[in-house]
Design a protein around this ligand. Structure first.
Ligand SMILES: C[S@@+](CC[C@H](N)C(=O)[O-])C[C@H]1O[C@@H](n2cnc3c(N)ncnc32)[C@H](O)[C@@H]1O
Length: 268
């Protein structure tokens, strides 16, 4: 009998559930700040083909995993720390060369230089400075020379924003999503990549419109959006969380954006 898939964090108190899992429980599939459009730009720059060995960090509900698998990479390996999410991603996989493992992106346990492409979305923002470095260094370790690494994250603009404003935004976002979040500026994201052995090849920025109606239609489709709206109507606690998150995103809209970077592993 087919196993029933459970959305991550189901059963947890809604007021304490990390924002991305509240959205997932409402039916939202796209959980990254620049939406489908920025994901597609990242994938285009990564240029995945049937000869690539791909590793995805933190696939979540598997949205990009499916787009990647449409390109028939030689191998696809995902590393995700949430067990329910792992089960959901596994339901999209078939073939011996496709797997999703429960694990941590900072210590994947994979052999060095096994991949030609690594990517991860909306997963570095939620890490401390140290952990961001560890994860990017791990991406570098598992990539063969010349391999490509794509990220898609939240950022704070402009590059010369004053530290006080930046810290206040980081604090308010962490509070509203009920999870630590430390988005940094575009130049800091690039520096993190460069410090860990990468050279930036592609960069794109999009507005942070995760919870805005037009983006929701673009990302989820009309039917997907209707399902989310129905769930919002019958789940007042989740509705309060979404309204709270959108309020903070709107409050800081002039300082928030989504960024994707695609970088190449430098030859030593
Ligand atoms: C905001 S969701 C993004 C999911 C998906 N990448 C997307 O963009 O739709 C963050 C995901 O990162 C995973 N995650 C966070 N830290 C991780 C880590 N250190 N290693 C592996 N997965 C991690 C979470 O379990 C969750 O699935």
């Amino acid at each position: 009998m087919a196993q029933k898939l459970v959305t991550p964090n189901e059963g947890r108190k809604v007021s304490k559930t990390p924002g991305h899992w509240v959205l997932a429980q409402l039916g939202k599939k796209v959980l990254r700040p620049g939406g489908k459009e920025l994901t597609q730009k990242m994938l285009h720059a990564l240029d995945i083909t049937s000869s690539d060995r791909v590793i995805e960090f933190a696939p979540g509900m598997g949205y990009t995993a499916r787009l990647c698998l449409e390109k028939h990479p030689q191998t696809y390996t995902a590393i995700e720390q949430n067990e329910q999410a792992v089960e959901i991603v596994r339901s999209y996989l078939n073939g011996v060369e496709q797997e999703c493992k429960v694990g941590n992106a900072q210590q994947t346990g994979l052999e060095a230089e096994v991949a030609s492409v690594v990517y991860g979305e909306a997963m570095l923002t939620m890490q401390s400075d140290n952990r961001k470095n560890e994860i990017i260094a791990e991406a570098c370790r598992v990539l063969a020379a010349g391999g490509r690494y794509g990220i898609h994250e939240l950022c704070i603009v402009p590059d010369d924003i004053d530290l006080g404003t930046m810290r206040a935004i980081q604090r308010e976002i962490s509070e509203t999503i009920q999870h630590p979040a430390k988005p940094v500026t575009p130049s800091e994201w690039k520096q993190l990549m460069e410090d860990n052995g990468f050279e930036i090849e592609f960069e794109a920025i999009a507005p942070m419109h995760l919870l805005e109606p037009k983006r929701m239609i673009d990302d989820e489709g009309i039917l997907g959006l209707l399902k989310i709206v129905k769930n919002l109507l019958i789940r007042p606690e989740a509705r309060a969380r979404v309204v709270g998150m959108r309020k903070i995103f709107r409050k800081h809209r002039s300082h928030l954006a989504a960024i994707t970077l695609v970088a190449k592993k430098k030859n030593h």
